[in-house]
Write a protein of this length. Structure first.
Length: 367
């Protein structure tokens, strides 16, 4: 009897011991799982080398694209945004800056060429206004140096917003008490704050805030996990192939004028309804034939169709064409895929306030 009781007690102790071991093991597993979840991923030497390589060619995006000749202030930015959305800056009131550079659609209208105030489309594609202030020049032929200078061009262009002359616009704006007040606030101390020059400065100041930080910028700032393996490989391929000869710096382009079609006539690769000789159309110099501004590639995923004539809708096709026309290289499908994945990592975030229609202009919206 005593032996049986002793045996039962030992079985109970053994069961309790097993349960204790299981509890300890479970606790250890939970600790290990928790530690695994909080431990940062390990990166290879190749990841660090890729970052160093990127920093030697590109730059992370700033918060604002400053201009020492046009200080960016809250008052200028507010005024510039209202002007950007105001259709009264066009002769018949059909177009605003936002009509061709839709801020809700990454600063473009996704059309090959955009219709002007009279409804007739132009000959060149409307490039994105986002990050344009980072570029060393504006327009496809580089004829404007800054976004301030560029802002005045479409307003007076007969095929775009078609204002007859600078004074016509200024006189119209002076009839608006809101604009008189906002120009005075934006340009304090000036005897005539409401001027065409200050229209340009206000729109320019607003555009200098239209910068889109992306996952690529997080990578440039040291977050090696911001890009996946395919994107990193695409970036390195983009660099080693020679794309960075033109597409470099903070805008991944936008800093130079180059001949489009170094290897072959671009017209054989890009559908076009008009013959465009590029900068030569402006200067008349044969050496400027087919010379165009190199576009920045930030948000390229969203700013189709591509090239000066908007002749290509697919980013994959654009990559293939550029490789052939500029580098005389025929890319493999997997190479195209990797480069495109890298370009998609340049897609940034648009501030909600930039996309919001100014309440000051709500009375202009037709019911």
């Amino acid at each position: 009897m005593a032996a049986r009781i002793k045996h039962q007690c030992m079985k109970k102790y053994l069961a309790l011991y097993v349960l204790l071991l299981l509890a300890i093991a479970c606790g250890q597993n939970k600790t290990e799982t928790r530690e695994a979840a909080t431990t940062p991923p390990l990166f290879t030497k190749e990841d660090s080398m890729a970052l160093d390589q990127a920093k030697s060619v590109f730059k992370a995006i700033p918060a604002v694209a400053e201009n020492p000749d046009n200080k960016v202030t809250d008052a200028k930015v507010k005024l510039g945004k209202i002007l950007f959305y105001d259709t009264r800056l066009s002769k018949t009131g059909h177009n605003s800056c936002n009509s061709c550079h839709n801020l809700a659609a990454f600063g473009v209208d996704n059309l090959a060429t955009s219709p002007g105030d009279a409804g007739k489309s132009g000959d060149r594609n409307s490039p994105t206004v986002f990050n344009a202030a980072l570029n060393n020049m504006q327009f496809w032929d580089g004829r404007a140096a800054t976004v301030e200078e560029q802002a005045g061009g479409p307003i007076l262009n007969p095929g775009e917003m078609a204002m007859p002359h600078k004074g016509f616009l200024v006189d119209m704006l002076k009839k608006d008490t809101l604009y008189n007040r906002l120009f005075t606030l934006a340009f304090p101390g000036e005897s005539s704050p409401l001027s065409f020059s200050n229209v340009q400065k206000s729109i320019g100041a607003f555009e200098r805030t239209l910068l889109t930080s992306s996952r690529f910028d997080k990578f440039m700032e040291g977050d090696l996990s911001a890009l996946n393996a395919s994107e990193k490989e695409g970036m390195q391929l983009f660099i080693t192939m020679g794309c960075i000869t033109c597409h470099n710096g903070v805008g991944i382009g936008g800093g130079s004028l180059q001949k489009f079609g170094l290897v072959t006539d671009y017209r054989t690769l890009v559908t076009s309804r008009v013959n465009d000789d590029g900068k030569m159309k402006l200067t008349g110099k044969p050496s400027d034939k087919d010379v165009f501004k190199v576009p920045g590639l930030r948000n390229a995923e969203k700013t189709y169709p591509y090239f000066h004539n908007g002749g290509v809708a697919s980013l994959d096709s654009a990559v293939v064409i550029m490789s052939k026309a500029q580098l005389n290289k025929d890319l493999l499908p997997e190479e195209v895929s990797k480069i495109v994945s890298f370009l998609k990592s340049l897609t940034g975030d648009i501030r909600e306030d930039a996309k919001t229609f100014p309440p000051e202009l709500k009375s202009l919206v037709k019911k």
